[in-house]
Design a protein around this ligand. Structure first.
Ligand code: FMN
Ligand code: COI
Length: 362
């Protein structure tokens, strides 16, 4: 059977990944309404195509915080890639670089940052962070990312505590020894191996380590320590988007964390318009949550996003075929986007504006 869609990758991946790891990757928190909201949003929009435009050449390329990319689809930060493939983040980095895509590496990478950087080569890479109670350890991870040539720091701000992910609690999620988080110090990395009835070792370790007390005032410390642009991931309101810009964020990522944090949260695509309005062009606005086709990516760009991140699809590609699978998923999304650009009469990314989109009332 030919692999024609991202959903085809999902079907193939499901058969390869152990059940408790599959539950971790696929699941959301609580009733999983936030995950559903991400997909449901696309039904509230439709495209307004223009015709008799010269679309004989389509250019999907974009520039983002100084990085030149083949297209506006980025690899979202996701933890523990060795759940999917023995090479883990090294394969992801290679696949993303081959696709000309930017790879946001998770704080919970199972491969050391210098090795991820070497695998990415000239490929663009940002580093995602969770703020730890242990400020020294946190600072040393920041230093490591800077030394490894990551060009921006992505602070995830929607996870002061880990969402209640029932699939993981029911599966008593425990990680094998190959799944040590390689960059967060032995205490946090090794704690991942413990499991108990009705508990998730992943959530327990993260909850012990994460600093739930940080506020807007702490961001200056991170900007100072890293000396890199700081991107805030997990913004869902215009109010917080305005605060992010006021506190020096270089970009914001509209996201409900793939439905894994707050239950009943607004979907990424639904929250996007108010964030775009509040930011008013001062910094790039990115979005994630449920994007599975290039046409959906075009919808987000029309609603004012500069780029879209994909989480689970990249993991499916990784499970199916390592670096080639990651590249396959990213190439597929860019190819579908190019097709949608031709059919909507928008040959460049700059030509995709609000007139391409019709929004239906809720
Ligand atoms: C298995 C998994 C692990 C994740 N780990 C992280 C993480 O370490 N850091 C983070 O900021 N977001 C993490 N996320 C959230 C993603 O960055 C992203 O917001 C989400 O996956 C987008 O939705 P999608 O999977 O529907 O594309 C994770 C998501 C998944 C599915
Ligand atoms: C260790 C987790 C908090 C990583 C994460 O962000 C996730 O699983 O969604």
């Amino acid at each position: 059977m030919p692999v024609l869609t991202v959903a085809d990758y999902e079907d193939l991946a499901r058969a390869k990944v152990p059940a408790s790891y599959w539950g971790y990757v696929s699941g959301g928190s609580g009733t999983e309404r936030s995950m559903v909201a991400n997909r449901a949003a696309f039904d509230r929009f439709a495209l307004r195509p223009r015709v008799l435009v010269d679309v004989s050449t389509i250019d999907t390329s974009v520039e983002l915080l100084g990085a030149r990319l083949a297209g506006p689809v980025l690899v979202a930060p996701t933890a523990y890639h060795r759940m999917m493939h023995p090479e883990g983040e090294l394969a992801t980095a290679r696949g993303a670089a081959e696709a000309g895509a930017l790879y946001v590496t998770s704080y919970f990478s199972t491969q050391p940052l210098p090795d991820v950087a070497a695998a990415a080569g000239a490929g663009a890479r940002w580093m995602q962070l969770y703020w730890l109670k242990d400020r020294e350890l946190f600072g040393s991870v920041v230093d490591g990312a800077v030394a490894a040539g990551f060009t921006a720091l992505v602070l995830t701000v929607d996870t002061p505590v880990v969402g209640r992910r029932l699939r993981d609690l029911r599966n008593e999620l425990v990680l094998g020894p190959e799944l040590r988080a390689a960059n967060v110090g032995p205490a946090l990395g090794n704690a991942m191996r413990r499991g108990e009835a009705g508990r998730s070792a992943v959530a327990d370790a993260a909850n012990r380590a994460f600093d739930a007390s940080i506020t807007w005032d702490d961001l200056a410390w991170l900007r100072e320590r890293g000396g890199l642009p700081v991107v805030l991931k997990g913004i869902l309101t215009g109010e917080d988007a305005a605060l992010a810009v006021a506190h020096g964020a270089a970009a914001v990522i509209v996201s409900n964390h793939g439905g894994r944090q707050l239950d009943h949260a607004v979907g990424g695509m639904d929250a996007l318009p108010e964030v775009v309005e509040a930011v008013a062009g001062r910094v790039p606005v990115l979005v994630d949550g449920g994007f599975r086709t290039g046409t959906e990516v075009l919808m987000a760009l029309a609603a004012g996003a500069s780029a879209v991140l994909v989480g689970r699809p990249v993991l499916w590609g990784l499970a199916v075929d390592g670096a080639a699978g990651v590249r396959g998923v990213l190439d597929m999304l860019h190819t579908e986007l190019a097709q949608a650009m031709a059919l909507t009469g928008r040959p460049t990314i700059a030509r995709i504006d609000g007139t391409a989109l019709r929004t239906f009332p809720r």
